[in-house]
Design a protein around this ligand. Sequence first.
Ligand code: HEC
Length: 154
Amino acid sequence: MPTTARLLPAALLALFALTACSDAPEPDTAAEPPAQASGEDSSAASGSTAQLDYSLPPEDFAADPEAGRSLFRANCMQCHGEDARGTDQGPPLIHRIYEPSHHPDITFHRAVALGVHQHHWEFGDMPPVAGVTGEETAHIIAWIRQEQRAVGID
Ligand code: HEC
């Protein structure tokens, strides 16, 4: 029982993510999610979080924007640009579209773990970024939010 209560916020976040981009044709089915727990249904044990096939950091995780900047440059810069201002391969993330109210943090976690179908731009799909953990994504998000706030996007 206590376990279910603790997991519920994550489930609600996931639900919100599903509805966050209602203008997207199929925002949540970009690429095949990483094969995980194949044939094993953990829903009985973990309640409604069965569709969460990626890991989120603990709620009290201390995300570090500076670590996020380095991780971004190693994993995301190729398409989103050195300062997240975009390239011809991917959109700027320092952009009003990606403000927290339209793209909350969970959408970043989903993008990195599952990929994104093209829906806001004409760059094509974003593939899942292999090898980036939920905690590393949290660092990246901290840096992006900091950059967004610096130009008045919050
Ligand atoms: C191979 C190119 C590529 C790489 C690498 C890449 N992205 Fe993307 N990303 C894209 C494209 C293209 C889109 C735009 C899809 C659309 O909305 O049309 C996108 C969209 C996104 C979105 C918006 C998701 C949504 O729900 O609309 C986020 C957040 C994002 N990327 C974060 C990241 C992060 C963080 C990394 C690094 C860990 C990363 N991306 C690496 C190409 C890339």
